[in-house]
Design a protein around this ligand. Structure first.
Ligand code: DQA
Length: 141
């Protein structure tokens, strides 16, 4: 299975950024950990991170015909990007939403996800395990 893992704005600063909320591990630490957890031989995982909404949308569109599933942590775009929501709906690739922190237990503006309804599921507050659960869900889907 070909899985694309997309991370949005400020997730390139994991490990530095608000460690009391997001932990001490960098995005590449999480990537390495995830590869160790998986029978990677059976699956190809591609990682993409951008701080730019348009680049995230371009990458979702490029996934057509190139990915069987998408894991996305859109960062703050989660809460207001109808354009990312529309891109996910347009490509019609099974997609799982992931958040490291529990967005339902933070500021009110974070409780809303405008992409939730176009995703198979949302994993929030499980840290890096959320990415693993997302992949497992795509594999059994
Ligand atoms: C986040 C939660 C968002 O509210 C925030 O803007 C992020 C990270 C998370 O993984 O917990 O950038 O998506």
């Amino acid at each position: 299975m070909k899985i694309l893992i997309i991370n949005g704005p400020n997730l390139n600063l994991l490990g530095i950024r608000e460690p009391e909320i997001y932990g001490n591990e960098s995005l590449s630490d999480i990537e390495n950990w995830l590869n160790e957890q998986l029978e990677v031989a059976d699956h190809s995982i591609t990682w993409f991170q951008s701080n730019h909404e348009g680049e995230l949308i371009d990458r979702i569109q490029e996934a057509r015909g190139n990915a069987d599933g998408i894991i996305i942590n859109p960062g703050a775009f989660t809460h207001y990007s109808y354009a990312i929501r529309d891109a996910i709906a347009a490509v019609n690739i099974p997609t799982v939403e992931v958040h490291l922190s529990n967005i339902h237990d933070r500021e009110d503006f974070r409780k809303v996800s405008v992409i939730k309804d176009v995703c198979l599921n949302q994993f929030s507050g499980l840290g890096k395990t959320g990415y693993l659960k997302g992949i497992q869900q795509l594999i059994i889907f």
